[in-house]
Design a protein around this ligand. Sequence first.
Ligand SMILES: [Zn+2]
Length: 141
Amino acid sequence: MTDELQEAVEKEDVDINFDCPLCGKNISIDARGAGLMITCPDCQQKVQVPIPLAEDDAAVVPADDADVRVPALQRALAEADSRRERLVAELEAAQRRVVLLEKSAAEQHERFEQISAELVMIQNALDRMVTLLQDAGVRDA
Ligand SMILES: [Zn+2]
C-alpha cells in the first residue's frame, strides 16, 4: 500500500455525524457507511447515511490563491469604502438638517417673542381704550 493510498484510507476512516431526518437523533457511523440505508437507533426508521462532500467540491477559496483572493479583497475594500463614503455623506446631510432645524427653531422662538411683545402692546392699547371709554362714559353720565 502506497503512502498516498494509506492516507486516503485514513482520511476516509472518519465517522460520519448526521441527524436523523425523521427524529433528529444524532447518529454517528463509520464513513464506509456513506450512502447506505440504515435503521435509526432511536426511531427505528430507515434513513440514508449522507455522503460527505469531497474536499474538491467545497466552495472554499484556497488560502494561497492570491490571484483569486487579492481582487476579492480589493472589491470588498472598495465596497466598504463606498459604503463608508455614503454613510459620511448621510451623516453630513443629517448634521446640516439639525443645524437648519435649530436655526428654524431659534427663528420661531424669536417670532414667538415678537408676537408675545405685540400681544402685550395690543393688550396695553385695549386697556387704554377701555380706560378712555370708561372716562368718556363717566363724563357723559
Ligand atoms: Zn430517527
